[in-house]
Design a protein around this ligand. Structure first.
Ligand code: C6P
Length: 424
């Protein structure tokens, strides 16, 4: 399919919204993306025609719902080139997936004194579960720093990893800096000490081709809602042998083959980790979202975001006296995320001003407090792109930043004059 963001936009009803009397410009895709009508329709269709519980009935609706649910595992497995659909566990979201590895693999396989290496750019979801293991298992979490340009200090990582290192957990793409980490290089370092590699793909998987076999990693976590799918469903992919090493911790309906008062026989993969009635409609939505992205082509997604980022950074140069932005300049090392601050202005104020002009961005610390402290800032404004964003939106966005900057300058000059004024 020839990539055309203008045609793609027609599939997204939300993009027709007006906000404060202006056409919506949605640049908050790292938080969540909009859903194409194909996904919305598929979820509606599921509830209208197939709604039933899975793996719990011989009746037609339950069989059909079970097939759709199983098929969603297969579609997801193919999308990331997993060895088998049995390696795909549906969770609530990426956070849930990372917690699942931390506890189910970590509690069983770690011992006091073991070390987990993560990076300073990690989202709290790929930091706090590991930190909990410090309390629960007496392991130590170590943090790899970044260079001034927001890239990872690989030499420091290499020095930090030793025979005590059991896990390296790293994000594929930073949700603030946009930095894309060299996961293959990290896997090489990990293999020298037999550590496993857990990848937080929440920002990576929606925006670039991801092939788990080629990366050589052990676990990958991501969320449907950041890749055109619904909220409430996420994925943990794990190599089969790693999943076999995990203990089911959240257990109950769906996780077992047999239970007596003396014993439990756990279910096959992946069901032993999918406790209770799952998000069946969500899995249908995820399937269709993946199918949509597959047709668009993940290479095209990546290329489009490189172009939008290139254009944004070029236009940011016009405002360089007032703007500070973060992350690598080199586009091959960054995704479609641009975080910045305007000199003298609070990030929330900038976000609100943009909202009044119809532009949605995220402001704050983006669930990466340690990274913001490392950068020496109290927060940032973040614009993040997806397949339906177009250059004209970037123009309006940058022009709006110029207006905000000019108005702020006028207001501060007015304040200086006001302070000098003694006329009562
Ligand atoms: N980042 C953002 O605005 P969940 O919320 O579980 O779907 O995803 C968690 C998560 C994990 N890792 C990274 C790198 C992420 O960016 C996120 C979610 C959103 O940046 C919401 S905080």
């Amino acid at each position: 399919m020839k990539f055309n963001p203008y045609t793609i936009r027609e599939d997204f009803p939300t993009l027709n919204r007006m906000v404060h009397g202006k056409p919506l410009i949605y640049l908050d895709n790292a938080a969540t993306t909009h859903k194409p009508k194909q996904v919305i329709e598929a979820i509606k269709d599921f509830y209208e025609k197939y709604n039933s519980n899975v793996h719990r009935g011989v009746h037609t609706l339950s069989q059909e719902a079970s097939s759709l649910y199983e098929e969603a595992h297969e579609v997801t497995a193919k999308f990331i080139n997993a060895y088998s659909w049995e390696e795909v566990i549906f969770t609530k979201n990426a956070t849930d997936s990372l917690n699942l590895v931390a506890y189910s693999w970590g509690l069983k396989n770690l011992k006091p004194g073991d070390e987990i290496v993560i990076t300073i750019m990690e989202h709290h979801s790929n930091m706090l579960p590991w930190r909990n293991l410090e309390l629960l298992k007496g392991v130590k979490v170590k943090y790899v720093d970044i260079n001034d340009d927001g890239t990872l200090k690989y030499d420091e990582l290499e020095r930090m990893v030793n025979e005590r290192t059991k896990i390296i957990a790293v994000t594929l793409m930073s949700n603030v800096l946009g930095t894309i980490n060299d996961v293959k290089r990290i896997v090489k370092i990990a293999r020298e000490v037999n550590a496993i590699v857990v990848v937080d793909g929440a920002q990576g998987v929606p925006h670039m081709p991801v092939n788990v076999r080629e990366l050589g990693i052990d676990f990958l976590a991501f969320s449907a809602h950041k890749m055109l799918g619904p909220t409430g469903i996420g994925v943990l992919w794990g190599k089969k042998e790693r999943l076999e090493e995990m203990m089911p911790l959240k257990v109950g309906g769906g996780t077992i083959k047999d239970v007596t008062l003396d014993s439990v026989e756990w279910n096959d993969l992946p069901w032993r980790f999918e406790d209770g009635t799952p998000n069946i409609a969500g899995s249908v939505g995820l399937s269709v979202a993946i199918e949509y992205l597959r047709k668009v082509g993940m290479e095209n997604v990546r290329q489009h975001e490189i172009e939008l980022t290139r254009y944004t950074l070029k236009r940011f140069e016009e405002l360089k006296d007032a703007l500070t932005w973060y992350g690598p300049q080199e586009l091959s090392m960054r995704g479609g995320i641009v975080s910045f601050n305007i000199e003298g202005l609070d990030h929330h104020a900038v976000g609100k001003a943009l909202d009044l002009l119809g532009i949605a961005v995220r402001t704050g610390m983006h669930c990466t407090h340690p990274l913001h402290y490392r950068l020496g800032i109290k927060g940032s404004v973040r614009a993040s792109f997806y397949i339906y964003n177009v250059k004209e939106e970037i123009d309006t966005f940058v022009d709006s930043l110029r207006t905000i900057t000019n108005v702020a300058n006028i207001l501060s000059l007015a304040q200086i004059d006001r302070d000098r004024c003694t006329c009562g």
